[in-house]
Ligand binder design. Structure first.
Ligand SMILES: *[C@@H]1O[C@H](CO)[C@@H](O)[C@H](O)[C@H]1NC(C)=O
Ligand SMILES: *[C@@H]1O[C@H](CO)[C@@H](O)[C@H](O)[C@H]1NC(C)=O
Ligand SMILES: *[C@@H]1O[C@H](CO)[C@@H](O)[C@H](O)[C@H]1NC(C)=O
Length: 460
């Protein structure tokens, strides 16, 4: 019985949902028609910080690659299901972070028990989904895009406990190219097991079949999980996970002969469509990106396939916080597609919060509406404000890769009276969440040992 990065995969699955969700109503408008930063501040219409409920006409993602959609966004065309509340999102986000933290015990948060995941709400969740197909003739599935998962799996027809609300099953007997078990020479396991938590597990067999990403990107003998026994919820309309982590069985590794371990994504705002590109299509964006090195993380997390980078410091409104880089380097900084809110070690978060409050001193705080489970603790009541002068937050990565955050990447909320700094504290690890990545092009060049950031919106 193979246990291959199991919990990671499922967990990510679940938490990728957050990501999606979040973006559903928290999207980022990169340039709000805002005045260019004067002393590191942007005049930003408060209305532009609120969720949008109409699909933008020009919302098409890049013309290339696999479209990335959000289930609950107005562009998804999937009806009007109620997106989760911020508390639901926060509950799941804390659960994912606790899980990542617990990968190495000494950094496990003491209070992780306070943040019980709200599992029964997962089928109300949304995801960043991409369509892929397996088999001959092709059978199509909607998979969650997950940089934290190192295997790809979909639900199989033989399932005894099937994913709730997914009506698609891969049918091995309907594919002339399917073979049971492993087909990667150095692997022998025929079965996989991915516990999500005490209640939720996915178990299945490995199988090998043709993977079709795009008509021109077809990979015979791709090894993936054929899910047979799923306990717990994995989200409605979701058929499985597209694993984009660093493991041997990840999509990145198995397509390396063609794509040279390069991919990029632009996670869309809620009223838009993003794209997932592989190989040369991704590489062609390089000239517009700023790169920072991929680095090694601590053993257990590195083995789990997470991507680590060097974060050096943070600026707020053009002022460096001068946080010692060791705070971010030890135990390390992960860039994760499945965590929503960026987590900073307490010391860094305190410095960020203090500088942000100072920069926002003329706006009234709004702590009255803070609910149990809220992880955001620095909130403003901007009901009476038309344009807010928001300090830009810059993440300074190694090699001069600065990622500038403004608008919804800085202040998050559903109501003008309660817009919050979209960062939170963590015990030790730094985790760059998807809230801060939406609308950016993020390019993973694993062979080149680097990650690139750039762009302003997914349509470029
Ligand atoms: C693997 O799965 C097959 C088919 O479901 C089953 O017959 C076999 O017992 C499993 N092997 C292990 C080691 O769990
Ligand atoms: C499915 O998995 C659950 C939890 O791991 C287990 O209790 C149950 O026996 C499994 N069912 C089958 C039919 O394998
Ligand atoms: C926000 O401020 C407005 C005045 O601008 C006030 O009427 C309202 O009660 C405040 N709301 C909250 C939640 O503090």
């Amino acid at each position: 019985m193979a246990i291959l990065c199991p919990s990671t995969a499922i967990y990510h699955l679940l938490f990728s949902s957050l990501l999606l969700f979040f973006s559903c109503y928290v999207s980022i408008i990169p340039v709000y028609g805002a005045e260019e930063g004067k002393d590191g501040f942007h005049s930003t219409p408060v209305s532009s910080l609120l969720p949008k409920n109409k699909c933008s006409a020009s919302a098409r993602g890049g013309s290339q690659g696999l479209p990335i959609t959000q289930k609950y966004g107005p562009c998804s065309g999937s009806g009007h299901s109620q997106p989760p509340s911020p508390q639901e999102i926060f509950g799941r986000d804390e659960s994912r972070v606790s899980f990542i933290n617990s990968k190495f015990n000494q950094y496990a948060p003491e209070n992780s028990k306070d943040h019980t995941p709200i599992n029964n709400l997962l089928d109300e969740d949304g995801y960043f989904l991409v369509d892929v197909a397996f088999g001959t003739p092709p059978q199509k599935f909607k998979l969650i895009l997950d940089t934290g998962s190192s295997i790809t799996w979909t639900q199989c027809k033989a399932c005894v406990n099937c994913l709730q609300d997914s009506h698609r099953h891969f049918d091995p007997s309907a594919s002339s190219t399917y073979s049971f078990g492993s087909c990667i020479p150095s692997t022998v396991e025929n079965n996989y097991s991915m516990p999500y938590n005490d209640d939720s597990t996915s178990v299945g067999n490995y199988g090998c079949d043709t993977l079709i990403l795009e008509p021109s990107d077809v990979f015979p003998k791709f090894q993936f999980g054929c899910g047979i026994n799923s306990t717990g919820d994995f989200g409605s309309g979701v058929d499985g996970v597209l694993g984009l982590g660093q493991g041997q069985l990840s999509t990145v590794s198995q397509t390396a002969s063609k794509f040279k371990k390069v991919f990029s994504y632009c996670l869309p705002e809620e009223d838009s469509t993003g794209s997932l590109l592989f190989g040369e299509k991704a590489t062609s964006q390089s000239s517009s990106l700023k790169f920072t090195s991929l680095v090694n993380g601590p053993g257990t997390l590195q083995e789990s396939g997470y991507y680590f980078v060097n974060l050096l410091d943070i600026s707020v409104g053009n002022k460096r916080l001068n946080i010692p880089s060791s705070v971010f380097a030890s135990p390390g900084t992960i860039i994760d597609s499945g965590t929503v809110i960026t987590r900073l070690p307490q010391r860094a978060y305190s410095a960020l919060k203090a500088a942000f409050q100072k920069a926002m001193v003329k706006y009234p705080l709004s702590n009255g509406r803070r609910k149990k489970g809220d992880i955001l603790d620095t909130c403003y009541n901007l009901s009476g404000t038309k344009d807010v002068l928001l300090p830009e937050i810059v993440l300074h990565f190694g090699e001069g890769a600065d990622v500038r955050l403004n608008g919804k990447r800085v202040l998050w909320g559903k109501h003008k009276s309660h817009l919050c700094l979209a960062f939170a504290g963590n015990s030790e690890l730094t985790i760059i969440g998807n809230r801060q990545q939406v609308s950016l092009t993020v390019l993973y060049d694993i062979q080149g040992g680097r990650i690139g950031f750039g762009g302003n919106g997914c349509s470029q």
